[in-house]
Write a protein that binds this ligand. Sequence first.
Ligand SMILES: [Zn+2]
Length: 620
Amino acid sequence: MTNLNWRGLVLASFLLTATTGADAQTNVQDTWDLSALYPSDAAWSESAKTIESLITPVEKCKGQWGKSPKAMAACFEVYYTAQKAVARLSNYADQKVSANGEDPKSQAMKGQAGKLWASFGEASSSMNSEINAIPVKKFKSFTDDKALKPYRMVLENIVRLRDHTLSAEENQILAYSAELAGGSREVFHALTTLNLPFPTVTFKNGEKVQMTAPAFGKYRQSKDLEDREKAFQAFFGTYKNFRETYAANFNSMVSRDAFYRKANKYSSDVEAALSATNVPVNVYSRMIEQVKAYRPLLWRYLKLKQKVLGLKELKYSDLYLPLTEDAPPQYSYAQAQGIARETLKPLGQEYVDILERSIKERWIDVYPAKGKVGGAYMDGSAYDVHPYMLMNYNNDYESVSTYLHEFGHAAHSFYSNKTQPYQYADYPIFAAEVASTFNESLLHHHLMGVNKDPKFQLFILGQILENFRTTVFRQAFFADFEWKVHEISQKGNTLTADLLDKTYFELLKEYYGDAEGVVKIDPLYAVEWAYIPHFYNRFYVFQYTTSFIASNALAEKVLAEGPKARDAYISMLKAGGSLYPLDLLKQGGIDMSGTEPYKISFAAMEKALTEAEKLVAAKK
Ligand SMILES: [Zn+2]
């Protein structure tokens, strides 16, 4: 999962629950070294005091941005200098709070950094509108000017949206609406996390459990069929009781999107959402078309699961069970480092050297600790330093996979920061999750190659196939639903609970092969749309699928074709944000508007599936 803060990439996969376990014996080698940012808190405070002197020149650019190419270039210079400095200060405070949220001093530093961001934002608030106010004819003299050459894409990116940009006055009105715009998301979270009366269910062994979201996450994997079904019924039954409230809120969120679509003169909500990052709509539609075409592979996998579980019929509540009940492998952190070294070899010595540096220079905070945030993330926002990574290493397979994932982000930031000027170092989300999941794909290949134990092989194949189920098919299904309901709304319909249920239910049956006799969909699950928080982050989830497909295809290519494909891939990492998303991936070796990445990725899925089927057959 990802999370992009305003400037400076933080790529995170947070767990539902905060860390509780503390590791009393953490070795200093397994903690990060923040002294590369600032030698001490006192040095940080000293640096923070000088920021004002960097922000004042940005403030002085108000009214200067459109004056002349030379003035604009000078403004860009002070703008990025100040931004870079604030990002570094902020980075230090962020890591300190993540490592120990209970430390009031770190909290205060984070608060101070937040204020610096706000004053930087205020100082540069007129930049876009001033640039947009330059008449079209005059603009060419800016983009052609030598002084602005380093900022050409920044400029182009602003004008690219010119047809959709409003006058200063209209923009002001839109800005007033910003606070209203988040209302539906807040209602969703308040209702879901604070008010929803999840019932307590009694399981077969007499255990009584309140079926909240974390409990549901656990008990949907219960080995007992009736217990699982009970968990599903209790959980979604609660949503069903509140479906009218959720629907009214959902409808208001889609109405908000319609408001911005109309105000900014877009023809559809999906186009409005994708234009911000310049991802063509046909990438989105291609993804849905392709994933739908490959549904028979999902169905074959689900049939295999049904066989392994020995079930007469497969229900939606059975999908979360793992393919194998054998105990998953365990790995120490030292073993994980060794695995990473071997796994990443196909990317060449240069890439592996970055891994060695990350270990030697202590980029990573490894183990859970008291007050430490849960989950894992990479923060690459300290442009002149190096990326930092946070994990909660837990000696399981998931930890190894997370390590490789987050290191993929770290290497991406490292390459990009080293190669690109500051203004192009930040890369788009569309490419970010390619760099991370690429490494997960290499990990599967590596582990399959070194341990031929059938139980272990089936475990890894299960991981691969579950990734396809959850990241490809499930997310594509969400993306499809999101698009459909926005279209339904654009045609003038109110999204009522009945309409949302009906649309969701029909799609569920389509994706999970109800008519084909694969999964029996209980009508209760039609209300699942009410439970998915991602819908409040409009047209975002499709990138989980596209990134996964892209990274799988790229990994297959690098492994099959060797150095030439590898160099193309590394050049994509180095390109950072200097190209638009689709062009970045083309540079890496694949065209996400075409069908090739899907063909390669699904061929890999089919191979994994065939092997898993053989292993299961041999087990019986
Ligand atoms: Zn990630």
